[in-house]
Design a protein around this ligand. Structure first.
Ligand SMILES: CC(C)(COP(=O)(O)OP(=O)(O)OC[C@H]1O[C@@H](n2cnc3c(N)ncnc32)[C@H](O)[C@@H]1OP(=O)(O)O)[C@@H](O)C(=O)NCCC(=O)NCCS
Length: 139
């Protein structure tokens, strides 16, 4: 393996989503992801795109990690953590000294240990409530 990282979205986002059993995004949603992600990263093995992740947010204080995917055959090789460490580092380059940012994410089921190793805390805990989600399908 010769893993490298590029700060961009992968060429086929839906193929990544399919590889881990997630629903596909519509062309409009894909265009929004391309136009509005603040930071994105793609991991490559040679020419092959093997992982991707992105951050959306306001660029000032709120940063939300989204769509962290490593193709199944490349999981547990350090690619996911390699992407997130670089992505967060990139986001921090845009922040001024002394500013505190909030980096949020919604963990997929049973992936919490992966994020804990990167320093994220589980919610709810004694101080904070849980994250919440509502999926809404438009008519
Ligand atoms: C979750 C995911 C991104 C992790 O990426 P990865 O490249 O396999 O993770 P890494 O190899 O960088 O793992 C880093 C550490 O987390 C641990 N880890 C990774 N996945 C884990 C899991 N599911 N449970 C427990 N520990 C896990 C690794 O063992 C490793 O530990 P170490 O540093 O002690 O060796 C990847 O499994 C994936 O794409 N899964 C399917 C899609 C998904 O659920 N994404 C998350 C959406 S919130």
């Amino acid at each position: 393996m010769n893993i490298t990282y590029e700060f961009r979205l992968p060429s086929d986002i839906n193929s990544f989503r399919r590889s881990v059993g997630w629903y596909e995004l519509s062309p409009r949603q894909l265009e929004c992801a391309r136009n509005n992600s603040r930071f994105a990263i793609t991991a490559l093995d040679g020419e092959k795109e093997i992982g991707s992740a992105r951050i959306v947010g306001d660029g000032g204080y709120q940063f939300f990690i989204s769509d962290v995917i490593v193709r199944p055959e490349y999981q547990r090789c350090g690619v996911g953590s390699g992407m997130l460490n670089r992505l967060i580092e990139k986001a921090l380059e845009t922040v001024e000294p002394g500013e505190t940012i909030m980096v949020n994410l919604m963990s997929a089921k049973d992936k919490e240990p992966f994020y804990e190793k990167l320093g994220f805390m589980r919610r709810p805990n004694e101080e904070r409530g849980c994250g919440m989600t509502k999926f809404i399908t438009a008519d």
